[in-house]
Ligand binder design. Structure first.
Ligand code: SF4
Length: 278
């Protein structure tokens, strides 16, 4: 049997193997060794529907193994690692939603990054997209610090929750259709728990937009299906509002398709619409 390699968490210095076994002390790990594991789509649906609260749900999400291709990929990345992170343990598990349990704003993205969330265990944490996103949220007064480096860095928010439509890092950032469908009950359950407080949903990119349209199907105005665009706004029947924003990917930011000023406009607008600024 291969010896297990233990490496120190970059902040807490506690030693971990990769991927991180549930309940072994990783910062923010919601699961314990006994947390039930969904092994297929039917079990995802059953467990998601039975989750009692967000803590329960996060625990269940964080140990899910329902998509064989994505489980193989996330765990392979966790073991092989990028050279610059070779001395770090990798989370290598699904990424739960993060932030407030009674948010005013939901930010919905595509899926975690292989060397970002899949490494640090927190959504949009430890990658270039997250650097842009959290800097903009900070400038809009929605989080307490401009950086999101690791799951023990003290990042906090009263007003925002951030979630991915697909909870495991996919190869080439492209989840398959069946993987998207298999994962959807986790997002649906999360939405049902936070919807009462949410005023504004900001989607990052077209994939997040489509996920939001499915999630909000009963709340959409009786129009043609709303089209995604940066700055698109949909007034929902419930009074909530759906906003479109280009994804802060390295490519979008590098090419100038999306700029920090454009991100600021979206999040300032979202905060105003949510009643968090005048
Ligand atoms: Fe489970 Fe979603 Fe990850 Fe598939 S993508 S293994 S459903 S958490």
């Amino acid at each position: 049997m291969d010896a297990v390699t233990l490496l120190p968490h970059p902040r807490t210095e506690v030693l971990f193997e990769s991927p991180i076994p549930p309940g072994t002390g990783w910062p923010g790990d919601p699961a314990v060794p006994e947390t039930p594991v969904a092994e297929d789509a039917a079990q995802v649906a059953t467990l998601a529907a039975a989750a009692g609260d967000l803590n329960d749900l996060d625990a269940l999400v964080s140990v899910c193994r329902a998509c064989p291709r994505l489980v193989d990929w996330r765990e392979e990345v966790a073991v092989t690692k990028r050279r610059s992170f070779a001395r770090e343990p990798y989370w290598g598990r699904p990424i739960t939603g993060w932030g407030s349990v009674q948010p005013k704003i939901l930010v919905l993205g595509l899926a975690p990054a292989a060397q970002g969330g899949n490494r640090t265990g927190r959504v949009f944490t430890g990658d270039r997209s997250g650097d842009q996103l959290f800097a903009a949220l900070y400038r809009a007064g929605l989080v307490n610090q401009p950086t999101s480096v690791d799951a023990a860095d003290g990042l906090a928010t009263k007003d925002v929750r951030i979630a991915a439509a697909v909870r495991c890092a996919p190869p080439a950032n492209k989840p398959a259709l069946d993987e998207r469908s298999t994962c959807e009950p986790w997002l649906t359950a999360e939405w049902q728990m936070i919807a009462p407080s949410v005023r504004v949903i900001v989607t990052l990119g077209g994939f997040g937009w489509q996920a939001a349209l499915r999630l909000l199907a009963d709340d959409l105005p009786a129009l043609a299906k709303p089209k995604f665009g940066h700055g698109a706004v949909v007034e929902l029947a419930s009074g909530k509002q759906l906003l479109g924003c280009y994804h802060p990917s390295q490519q979008n930011m590098f090419t100038g398709r999306l700029t920090p000023a454009m991100l600021d406009d979206v999040f300032t607008d979202a905060a105003t619409r949510a009643g968090l600024r005048r």
